[in-house]
Design a protein around this ligand. Structure first.
Ligand code: ADP
Length: 211
């Protein structure tokens, strides 16, 4: 009877402890910004510091390609050309991942949602799991190109970068407006050095939440 206590009626009751009370507000975060904004690095840092999983759809897709799975075969050409994979496919991958119990205290999403239908689907998935906080990193276009060109990933060729940036402007930027109407959104300057950005995220998400 570790997790349960017995009520006067004799029925087992969940034991409410301080820890579960505090942990009951999960840290559900979406890191948002153009390719090269530093989302992935900042998401890694935040997730490690707060012991919650980072869920990167780009990493999931690259792994599927590397492992030669059916999903990997389906998305390989899309990633190579800098397009977006279909909403249905990516939504089902994320929905499945969010069912894993390690997300109960929160998670950091990196690279999802990237379209309005993806954002709407995420809202539905989380309707009974607390709200979402969006951390949007704003970075100058020339800084983005400089960072991506130095990274050397397969889809970091100049013409693919250009395509990814235009897809971002067309499909993904409107998602921020979607969230500004319904969720907490922190818009932060991503041009600054990594540690300064990490600190500002911490301030915006954790310190603000406690106060
Ligand atoms: P970046 O943020 O540098 O563009 P990611 O690793 O997030 O890189 O994504 C790499 C590629 O994976 C994208 O260009 C796209 O083809 C695909 N992808 C990742 N997440 C999504 C998503 N949510 N919806 C559609 N396609 C996605």
């Amino acid at each position: 009877m570790d997790q349960l206590s017995v009520s006067p009626t004799g029925l087992p009751q969940p034991r409410v402890t301080r820890r579960t009370a505090v942990a009951s507000v999960p840290l559900n975060l979406v890191f948002f910004g153009p390719p090269g904004a530093g989302k992935g690095t900042q998401a890694d840092r935040f997730a490690a510091r707060h012991r919650i999983p980072k869920i990167s759809t780009g990493d999931m897709l690259r792994k599927a390609i590397q492992d030669g799975t059916r999903v990997g075969m389906l998305v390989r050409d899309t990633l190579k050309c800098g397009g977006l994979v279909s909403d249905d496919l990516i939504i089902s991958l994320v929905a499945e991942r969010l069912e894993h119990p390690d997300t109960a205290d929160g998670f950091v999403l990196d690279g999802f949602p990237r379209t309005i239908p993806q954002a709407a689907a995420l809202d539905a998935m989380l309707c009974d799991r607390g709200g979402i906080t969006v951390v949007a990193l704003v970075v100058h276009a020339d800084e983005v190109v400089r960072r991506l060109a130095g990274r050397g990933r397969d889809d970091d060729e100049v013409y693919v970068i250009r395509e990814r940036l235009s897809v971002y402007a067309r499909e993904t930027e409107p998602v921020l407006e979607f969230y500004r109407r319904r969720s907490a959104v922190a818009i932060l300057d991503g041009n600054r050095p990594l540690d300064a950005v990490t600190e500002s995220i911490e301030q915006a998400v954790v310190v603000r939440r406690k106060s």
